[in-house]
Ligand binder design. Structure first.
Ligand SMILES: [Zn+2]
Length: 595
């Protein structure tokens, strides 16, 4: 096998910024929108035959695909080199074209609204349109939240002001830098660097990283500014809830995630009932670390300083061996990605941080990594490659129903991390395995419990402001601490008192996408359910699992999962996952006795 560790974008897109085909692609965007407008303006609202809707979607999907090719290419180039001026300029130009094109297409949602619920539902239930059922049902369901043309226009204009507020927060927090003294040397660090010190094996460095974060976020100026920005965003959300007639403050998010209100409420409630598991983990960890008292800055501590290294070849070998055991198609697709230059593996100057997978209808998936030989990096290979395979398996769906909601999107990737951990486990010494379990539990609590803690905080704030209360950062600090203590059950001592607890202001999601965090928790819980089934049924479950992935966004999560025997409206679904976590906690507690 020949390893191609750099993206080969030329093979799939354009030869470079000056490729005339790229220019032609961008120049075609506006005419495409105009052609579509000419064909469908004043027509959508008169649709009477399913064949018309079929043709509409075919045209719409073709237009979207062609419009997106240059844009995705530029976004890949930018990921490889975020500082490249020529790319940034080209992107800027492209954005202007997109704004103009989208203003030509504003008529679409209004005309669907005029067509009305009954008509759209009759299309949704027509066998000719079976492939589009889910998108039509969602369209029909959401009509009641769409206001008139004039109101929508005004709200759209007004939303720019909110964009300014959110942009202000981003710019402000991006401008923050953090001072820290390590071994007598003063250093200035970025947000990402200072946060990464929270996993340092050195307790004093962990403590200082928190102190340094707080020195900036707890300043009166930051608190007043971020507090007002947050209150402003929540007020705007509340007015949207009122104007559009949603039943609860969380309903706009639940609607976009295609989850029923009752399901989301149950998710919150069941995870909160399992909070004592977190206390048990903390208590065991305290003993393993040999600490008298457990501070908040000990939460992400490693158990030891040893760290096993995995070269990319070794990491990939582990991934491929896992795939081979699971399913041939998964294995083949992984190999194909690696051989044809669709995984960009190593860090480079200016390359985007972190990792992602990207797929779109009609095209192969791409993965970006920043591989640094850590055990964590091996999990990231698996995580992102499964996103990529999910994207590949969904290709059988129509583009309009290709993307799955986030609650299903994370399922594939985390499932694979579970498979991989079983493989890795065999490669590790006893000491290394302890660390591995510690990290795995830390991850589980971070991706399920802590996300629910965020959302519980958000719900309190949103409900209070919706009811007309005026809140300031003092209230946010206090509420945040109360939700933290609720989760940690008094087992954690905080480095500052509740008055000075500014943790909420460090979480971008609560500003940028209210309530979004619960989808991570849901996705993770679903993985436990799927994995549990796989352990019981083995290979027999693989086809069922692949069917879930093949469905893309063509079904609501509740219906899709019900078809495969998972009832997400039942508390048992959540409790089973909590039991799996408890098993790991028991194993972790066992390490204390061995010690
Ligand atoms: Zn992911």
């Amino acid at each position: 096998m020949t390893l191609q560790t750099n993206w080969n974008l030329t093979k799939y897109f354009f030869t470079g910024l000056d490729d005339p085909r790229l220019k032609a692609n961008i120049d075609a965007i506006l005419p495409l929108a105009e052609t579509f407008e000419k064909k469908y303006h004043n027509i959508i609202k008169t649709f009477s035959l399913p064949e018309q809707v079929l043709e509409y979607y075919a045209d719409y999907e073709k237009m979207s695909h062609e419009m997106g090719t240059g844009s995705i290419y530029l976004s890949y180039l930018q990921s490889l080199d975020t500082q490249n001026d020529a790319v940034i300029k080209k992107m800027g130009g492209l954005e202007c074209v997109f704004i103009e094109a989208s203003s030509k297409l504003l008529f679409i949602s209004q005309e669907w609204k005029e067509l009305g619920y009954e008509k759209i539902m009759s299309f949704a239930n027509n066998p000719v349109l079976a492939d589009y059922k889910n998108v039509l049902v969602s369209k029909a369901d959401n009509l009641r939240y769409v206001l008139g043309e004039r109101e929508e226009f005004v709200l759209n204009e007004k939303s720019r002001a909110l964009g300014v507020v959110e942009g202000l927060r981003e710019e402000l927090t991006n401008s923050y830098s953090f001072e820290i003294e390590i071994n007598g040397v003063k250093k200035t660090m970025t947000d990402e660097e200072i946060r990464s010190l929270r996993t340092s094996p050195n307790r004093e460095i962990r403590r200082k990283s928190y102190e340094s974060l707080r020195a900036v976020y707890n300043s009166k100026q930051a608190q007043i500014t971020l507090g007002n920005i947050y209150a402003g965003i929540v007020k705007d959300w509340a007015s949207d809830v009122k104007l559009r007639g949603y039943n609860t403050v969380m309903e706009p998010r639940n609607t976009s995630e295609e989850l029923e209100n009752e399901v989301v409420d149950m998710l919150l409630q069941e995870v909160q009932s399992a909070y004592p598991l977190f206390s048990r983990f903390i208590e065991a960890k305290r003993k393993l670390l040999g600490l008298e008292t457990f501070y908040n800055y000990d939460t992400s501590a490693p158990l030891s300083t040893i760290e096993k290294e995995f070269s990319f070849e070794d990491g990939m070998k582990l991934h491929l061996a896992t795939m081979k055991d699971f399913d041939q198609e998964f294995y083949d697709y992984s190999v194909d990605m690696l051989e044809s230059g669709r995984i960009d593996v190593f860090p480079k100057f200016g390359k985007r941080n972190g990792a992602f997978a990207s797929s779109r209808p009609g095209e192969p998936s791409f993965v970006l990594l920043n591989y640094t030989n850590k055990l964590r990096d091996v999990s990231v290979i698996s995580h992102e490659l499964w996103h990529a395979i999910h994207g590949h398996l969904s290709q059988g769906q129509k583009p309009a129903v290709y993307d799955s909601p986030l609650s299903l999107a994370e399922t594939a990737s985390i499932f694979n991390e579970m498979l991989l951990s079983e493989k890795i486990r065999k490669e590790l010494s006893q000491e290394e395995y302890k660390e591995f379990l510690n990290e795995k539990l830390s991850d589980t609590f971070a991706t399920i419990f802590r996300q629910i803690q965020y959302v519980a905080f958000e719900r309190r704030v949103h409900e209070a402001i919706f009811a007309g209360q005026e809140l300031t950062y003092h209230d946010f600090n206090r509420m945040w601490r109360e939700e933290q203590v609720r989760m940690t059950g008094g087992k954690v001592i905080y480095d500052v008192d509740a008055e000075n607890e500014s943790g909420w202001s460090m979480i971008p999601h609560i500003f940028a996408s209210p309530f979004y965090c619960y989808a991570y928790a849901f996705g993770n819980i679903l993985v436990f359910a799927l994995y549990n089934r796989y352990q019981k049924e083995g290979q027999g479950f693989v086809e069922s699992y692949k069917d879930i992935l093949r469905s893309g966004g063509s079904k609501r999560p509740k219906d899709l999962l019900a078809e495969h025997g998972f009832d997400i409206t039942s508390p048992k679904f959540y409790r089973d996952a909590m039991e799996e976590i408890e098993k790991m906690v028991v194993e972790f507690e066992g390490l204390v006795r061995e010690k």
